[in-house]
Design a protein around this ligand. Structure first.
Ligand code: PHE
Length: 344
């Protein structure tokens, strides 16, 4: 023990006398005394040989020694130019341009999906997600499309198995079904996600696309609420000057049903391929939730009413960024994707 203390004193003298005038010498000091195989580690290692009754006192000596070495190191560092990154380090050229960090771009569909989601979030809609592989009930049956219902033809379905029927969901209404199954009104959700339909791939159709469907169920929800919500959405998404119109339509899960068109942003309603020379583009389907759908989930249709809507993210993106071919979204062509740099 005595010998050890004397030894430490000796080290202290040696360290106190140490000099280092260059950053390299400071680094050599650090390695010699503070490095993983340095002197401090070795001295610390002696602790295990010290008898128990002296451990406390020796611990204090060790701590002091450690601080002593560290203080010396800092002093040397400052004297030699205050560390490698300090402004006085002449070996470093501070005027050099920073190294370039490549930043990726968000996929336009992700960006537009996020924009749509954040608009509905401001209205208090929560996000719900569900599986892409669905059973017949959640995709069709619960949505008032019993077997052999002709409206099933509207959605060319990819079946995975027949009996029991598993399929790739054709709309995210299936997620709405799952929400109604597990939650009680009031319900206010939007359901973003990928959906699949067996269509020939062309500029206008693809075998998968992305939807955002919305569902709002509470007491006294009316068609006026539906319209106001969707007007708000369109103005937030496309600006105040866009015109909107509703057309009566048919969906098995809503009654009454309506499709919503907006004035064509591609040609300023002058007539083009996208609006088929009508000046109007359909952007979503909507309607008041069919009482049968509510009853399928044990929701009292005398007490509660609701509205639902569904839109394709690709279509919104097309109008917002003038993308004229659906296939571009999934071709991974960087020349296309790069154009969305900075879009969030
Ligand atoms: N589920 C419909 C579709 O995919 C869209 C829709 C949703 C229509 C809700 C009305 C109400 O075509």
């Amino acid at each position: 023990m005595e010998a050890l203390l004397q030894q430490i004193e000796k080290y202290k003298q040696e360290i106190a006398a140490a000099e280092a005038n260059t950053p390299e010498a400071v680094e050599a000091f650090r390695i010699q005394y503070l490095g993983t195989k340095g002197l401090l580690k070795t001295v610390m290692g002696e602790m295990k040989n010290v008898p128990n009754e002296h451990k406390k006192a020796f611990g204090q000596v060790l701590n002091e020694f450690k601080q002593f070495v560290e203080t010396k190191f800092e002093t040397l560092q400052q004297a030699a130019g205050g560390g490698a990154n300090s402004a006085s380090d002449k070996s470093f050229d501070w005027s050099l341009p920073g190294s370039f960090v490549p930043v990726g771009t968000r996929h336009p569909l992700t960006a537009v999906r996020n924009q749509i989601v954040s608009i509905f979030k401001t209205l208090g809609f929560a996000i719900a997600e569900g599986p892409e592989i669905e059973d017949d009930w959640h995709n069709f049956g619960a949505m008032n499309l019993p077997e052999d219902h002709p409206a099933r033809d509207m959605q060319d379905t990819f079946y995975i198995s027949q009996n029991p029927a598993w399929l790739l969901r054709t709309h995210t209404s299936s997620t709405q079904a799952r929400v109604m199954e597990s939650q009680k009104p009031p319900i206010r959700v939007i359901c973003p996600g990928r959906v699949y339909r067996n269509e020939t791939i062309s500029a206008r159709a693809h075998c998968f696309f992305h939807q955002i469907e919305g569902l709002y169920i509470d007491e006294n929800v009316s068609f006026a609420d539906l319209k106001q919500t969707l007007y708000f959405f369109v103005q937030e998404m496309f600006g105040k000057d866009v015109k909107v119109r509703f057309r009566p339509s048919y969906f098995p899960f809503t009654e009454p049903s309506a499709e919503m068109d907006i004035s064509c942003l591609i040609c300023d309603s002058k007539g083009c391929n996208v609006c088929k020379h009508t000046g109007w583009v359909e952007i979503l389907g909507s309607g008041m939730v069919h009482p049968k759908v509510l009853e399928n989930f044990g929701i009292d249709s005398n007490k509660y009413t609701g509205f639902a809507f569904g839109m394709g993210v690709e279509r919104i993106c097309q109008l917002k960024y003038q993308v004229n071919d659906l296939r571009l979204y999934s071709q991974n062509d960087v020349r296309f994707l790069k154009q969305f740099t900075g879009v969030v």
